[in-house]
Design a protein around this ligand. Structure first.
Ligand SMILES: C[S@@+](CC[C@H](N)C(=O)[O-])C[C@H]1O[C@@H](n2cnc3c(N)ncnc32)[C@H](O)[C@@H]1O
Length: 224
């Protein structure tokens, strides 16, 4: 899968996959979109607690969602598992500008580098209090039994038009089964068929304002 580096409207990079006609993030702003969908309407909405937080990400990709999570004041142990079928090569990872976009976080550059150099297949500390488990596999091949129950899911697959199999009721059912009651799943996608698949899997759905350039996003909750 060939990929091209693109600069989005907020100055942050994303990747474009010509074969799919898909960007990894919104061209209206990659950092802006990830912050809005996954941090503001995901991580920041969870009750503050000192018990460990378990996050699962569909699609590690550039590592942007993980980096943004790592830059938050987490205040409790966080275990972050992320699956990726087509990892970036070293040159692609090194070309991303995320490490130099956060003046108040000079550590961002080395964190991003570490995200991309840590081994696959074993939980490893990214920084004190934050363990990451990079899973090199397709979602359909994942052995859920070896993973914990999650409180928060960042569902960041390519759009349903290009990868409909990743947005099916069956996939959302597996995710639902792997979540703690009260857990939430956030995604940039607000397509009707996706929300219906989530509902059929048992989730309660919220429509939320989307990031710049997008009217809506979705938050799905596993009710207690
Ligand atoms: C929209 S991109 C987002 C990536 C990432 N969250 C980011 O911020 O860069 C979707 C990601 O899912 C990965 N992917 C596509 N199909 C997959 C599959 N079947 N299983 C696991 N990962 C997949 C892609 O390689 C890509 O990295």
């Amino acid at each position: 899968m060939s990929r091209k580096l693109v600069t989005t409207s907020d100055g942050s990079h994303t990747l474009f996959v010509p074969e799919l006609g898909e960007h990894y993030h919104s061209i209206h702003g990659a950092v802006q979109e990830s912050t809005h969908v996954f941090i503001k309407h995901g991580l920041e909405t969870l009750p503050t607690d000192d018990i460990p937080l378990y996050i699962f990400e569909m699609g590690l990709g550039t590592g942007l969602n993980l980096l943004l999570t790592a830059l938050q004041p987490l205040g409790r142990p966080v275990h972050y598992a992320s699956i990726e079928a087509y990892p970036l090569n070293a040159e692609e990872a090194a070309s991303l500008n995320y490490g130099s976009l956060f003046d108040e976080h000079p550590e961002a550059k080395s964190l991003l580098q570490t995200v991309h150099t840590l081994p696959w297949g074993e939980p490893t500390a990214l920084k004190p209090g934050l363990t990451i488990h990079k899973l090199h596999a397709k979602l359909s091949e994942l052995d859920w039994a070896v993973l914990p129950q999650f409180n928060l899911i960042y569902f960041d697959a390519f759009a349903p038009d290009v990868q409909p199999n990743l947005w099916s009721e069956e996939v959302f059912q597996s995710l639902y089964n792997q979540m703690h009651p009260g857990g939430i799943l956030v995604t940039y996608c607000a397509k009707g068929s996706v929300k219906r698949a989530m509902k059929a899997a048992g989730f309660s759905i919220e429509r939320l304002p989307g990031p710049p350039g997008k009217r809506e996003m979705t938050r799905a909750r596993k009710l207690i």
